[in-house]
Design a protein around this ligand. Structure first.
Ligand code: NAD
Length: 368
């Protein structure tokens, strides 16, 4: 059996990390027929638009896509292709696991979090305008609906139940944003009653940021609105070892697009230097989605062993300032080749050794 999957190489380091991910996917022996389509800067050069209809049609047809990061001009220029893709395909659930791998590149080796972010509305709805002709004031509209809140919160509880997670925490700012934050909070409280078997609670966004950098091991699944989820998923990626190792997935009702948390990192483009692990772990998530659990486990074990062994790792896991035990850095392609070499050799049934951290105590004064 062969799977047909849309592949969007993306911009900046995108083509390098997606090529690396393809090398590892091929090593699993699962047959994947990649349908390559361009979005972002490459599509502007070729087709005059950053998001051609053919890209949307390909994802709708194949129902599964692997995507590299896409550059968005800052402050002006075309609207984010990433935001447009999520809105046009109704990819409402952005799921970003942040799990420390082999204790490397992190001060918090026990980190194992999942951020579930609403991806179609909030402050990313794109409704903003100048208030006056002089451009001295501007407004952005924060759209929060009951329907979108209910479905993302339900998604988070279902994920927690399916993946045997410990707890669901809703993050909002309902003390200040009384209508939009309040609506999300009400939706969460009503959904809590439907999942009595799953411990759940709430945090305000500011307190949550502090809690996470102090004791991430106390949290598990975090469900939140679009902007808070964007910020928290980078924060959680940092706790788990950095953007280089943080995968992500976007789910709609019957579509799934796998993309790393990181962006196109233009300063490293074309240098074969970027960490390919985030995109490789997107392949791991994709294989799980396709029901190829054994192959997914092989990829995860091969990534883990490569990072634990630390002979062939990219700069972000190798150099002083990123790790306590520096080694010479390897290239993106060399690390991918090493992970691919290990894929058929690992035993996916052997439990991975979890490194132990300091595990700070529970401080109830800091909660609320
Ligand atoms: P970025 O994630 O590209 O880079 C942030 C930092 O992380 C940089 O220091 C970079 O060097 C490092 N980094 C990122 N990926 C890495 C990897 N694989 N290996 C090693 N180091 C890595 O974020 P940015 O600089 O804020 O954004 C650059 C562009 O990417 C912008 O145009 C932005 O809009 C876009 N972006 C796209 C997506 C997406 O496609 N989903 C997500 C975020 C940002």
């Amino acid at each position: 059996m062969s799977y047909r999957v849309t592949l969007i190489p993306g911009d900046g380091i995108g083509p390098e990390v997606t090529a690396a991910a393809q090398v590892v996917a091929a090593a699993t022996g699962i047959s994947i027929d990649w349908e390559v389509v361009d979005a972002g800067e490459r599509a502007i050069a070729g087709e005059g638009t950053p998001l051609p209809d053919s890209v949307l049609a390909s994802i709708r047809r194949n129902r599964v896509a692997l995507k590299g990061p896409i550059t968005t001009p800052i402050g002006s220029g075309f609207r984010s292709v990433n935001v447009a893709l999520r809105q046009q395909l109704d990819l409402y659930a952005s799921v970003r696991p942040a799990r420390a791998i082999a204790g490397e590149g992190t001060r918090f080796p026990e980190t194992d979090l999942v951020v579930v972010r609403e991806a179609t509305e909030g402050l990313y709805s794109g409704v903003e305008h100048w208030v006056d002709r002089e451009h001295s004031a501007a407004e952005s509209v924060n759209i929060v609906t009951r329907r979108a809140s209910d479905r993302i919160i339900r998604f988070a509880f279902d994920l927690a139940r399916r993946d045997h997670r410990r707890r669901v925490t809703a993050v909002h700012k309902a003390n200040i944003l009384k209508t939009t934050g309040g609506l999300f909070q009400t939706a969460f409280r009503e959904m809590q009653a439907k999942y009595p078997d799953i411990p759940s609670d709430e945090r305000l966004i500011d307190n949550m940021c502090m809690q996470l950098v102090k004791k991430p091991e106390e949290y598990d699944v975090i469900v939140t609105t679009n902007l808070f989820g964007d910020i928290l998923s980078d924060l959680c990626a940092g706790l788990a070892g950095g953007l280089g190792v943080a995968p992500g997935a976007l789910y709609g009702d019957d579509l799934a697009v796998f993309e790393p948390v990181h962006g196109s990192a233009p300063k490293y483009a074309g240098q074969d230097k970027a960490d390919p692990v985030a995109e490789i772990l997107c392949v791991e998530r994709m294989l799980r989605h396709l029901g190829e659990t054994e192959a997914a486990e092989r990829v995860f074990h091969a990534v883990w062993e490569t990072i634990a062994e630390k002979k062939v790792v990219t700069y972000d896991l190798a150099l002083p300032g990123y790790t306590q035990h520096p080694v010479p850095p390897s290239s993106c392609s060399a690390m991918a080749k090493e992970i691919a070499r290990k894929v058929p050799l690992v035993d996916p049934h052997v439990p991975l050794l979890r490194p132990t951290g300091t595990g700070a105590g529970h401080d109830t004064h800091l909660e609320g």
